[in-house]
Design a protein around this ligand. Structure first.
Ligand SMILES: [Zn+2]
Length: 253
């Protein structure tokens, strides 16, 4: 009798352990990184960028050479049902509070370019009627990292579109490649990439064969003076144009 009670207890204990194990095995599995990457890829395709414009790296997709889509980015909910669509943007903005305090961490590889960075920041921060405000942080939390990165010959920099209401989190500058450019042109590259990180598309998307961009309400058309024209590194506008400013104020006010 005693023996069989012991046996029952042992059996109960074993089944308890078994149930416990099973329970933990039933816990929701973390979403594999690969699933989000697939989602990001269909998000890019859905924006209208054809597959041949998309380069896949280990942790990101690069589109049109100068726009980074991290594979772990937050893809906007319902992006695939949105109707695709003058200054132009992605349709996904930085949140009203976040945009007033975009903390830019300057990687040590970029401290030699602090004057250019400050010049670019000053351009965005002084647009009348616009809430965009960048500031440099040297430690702690930040929103955007700006870092030197060898992008080879021909690409001056890369920016990242916003997602989930926060600014794109990375700007890469091809420091050596733009070193021979004038100060104003080096600052332009930084100012241009910062524009991508707050959602601006290339103003000249049509001329350079990019997919349809969402027009900024009230600021239509092409603009030869736009700092957001693409493919003009070293030769493009060095200050935000009247329409660039109008577009920034229209999106963030
Ligand atoms: Zn660009």
């Amino acid at each position: 009798m005693k023996k069989s009670i012991k046996f029952l207890l042992a059996a109960a204990l074993i089944s308890f352990i078994f149930v416990s194990c099973k329970k933990s095995a039933d816990a929701p599995a973390p979403v594999p990184e690969q699933d989000n990457a697939k989602k990001v890829l269909s998000y890019i395709l859905n924006m209208g960028f054809p597959a041949h414009m998309i380069v896949e790296n280990t942790n990101e997709y690069i589109v049109e050479e100068d726009i980074i889509f991290p594979k772990n980015m937050k893809v906007p909910v319902g992006f695939d049902s949105k109707v695709k669509p003058e200054q132009f943007y992605t349709g996904s903005l930085v949140g009203a509070t976040n945009v007033t305090n975009i903390r830019l961490m300057v990687d040590t590889s970029m401290t030699v370019m602090l004057p250019e960075i400050n010049s670019a920041i000053n351009q965005w921060n002084t647009v009348s009627g616009c809430t965009i405000h960048w500031s440099i942080v040297t430690s702690g939390a930040y929103d955007v990292l700006i870092t030197n990165f060898n992008l080879g010959n021909g690409v001056c920099g890369q920016g990242t579109f916003p997602s989930g209401g926060v600014a794109g989190n990375l700007i890469r500058i091809n420091r050596n490649f733009i070193a021979a450019n004038s100060f104003a042109q080096r600052a332009r590259t930084i100012c241009h990439e910062m524009g991508h990180n707050v959602s601006f598309r290339h103003t000249n998307w049509q001329a350079i064969g990019e997919p349809t961009a969402t027009p900024v309400p009230g600021v239509p058309g092409t603009d030869a003076s736009s700092i957001m024209n693409g493919g003009q590194c070293g030769s493009g506008a060095t200050v935000l144009s009247t329409n660039d400013k109008a577009a920034a104020a229209a999106l963030y006010h």
